[in-house]
Design a protein around this ligand. Structure first.
Ligand SMILES: [Zn+2]
Length: 166
């Protein structure tokens, strides 16, 4: 089964928007391998970052699942996950518990267009994070969502999935 955080085909009208996503080929790609700054203030500026991320995710083909702020050039610890037409935000995420059970799946990444790697990850995780209002939250996940949490949290720690490829 293919686990897709990216997509290989885009409708024409979203190319301009997707070009705002930093890929590993871009001259400023070093931001992708730099740990993001923790979010301390949950203000209007953060909400603007969230809105931008939401717009990008919702304009992607259905398969666009997750996006981390460094991928749009903002080195702050927030990522977004798309659930259908809804986008949820995770600030200062920390993976608290990983299941010992792991699985290998093929992943993509918006910053690595048309590149897929097989990555071994925990099947289940517990994520602690803050929402856009700074409230503490905990979320259990398994399967593709657990994988997305691990992939996106890695981004915020400056780790891109090619570093975990087998
Ligand atoms: Zn990614």
């Amino acid at each position: 089964m293919k686990c897709i955080f990216a997509f290989s085909f885009l409708p024409f009208n979203v190319y301009a928007m997707v070009s705002t996503i930093i890929t590993f080929r871009d001259p400023n790609s070093d931001i992708l391998n730099k740990p993001s700054a923790k979010i301390g203030v949950f203000d209007a500026e953060l909400k603007k970052v969230a809105r931008d991320m939401e717009e990008i995710l919702l304009n992607l083909a259905d398969a666009g699942l997750g996006l981390a702020a460094p991928q749009i050039g903002i080195s702050r610890a927030i990522f977004a996950i798309r659930f259908g037409r809804e986008v949820k935000f995770y600030c200062n995420p920390v993976i608290k518990d990983l299941s010992s059970e792991q699985e290998i799946m093929e992943e993509g990444c918006l910053s690595f267009p048309e590149i897929f790697f097989k990555i071994k990850r925990a099947k289940k995780v517990i994520l602690v994070y803050q929402d856009l209002l700074g409230r503490n939250k905990t979320e259990k996940a398994e399967g593709i969502l657990a994988r997305a949490f691990q992939h996106e949290t890695d981004h915020l720690n400056g780790i891109t999935f090619d570093q975990k490829a087998r």
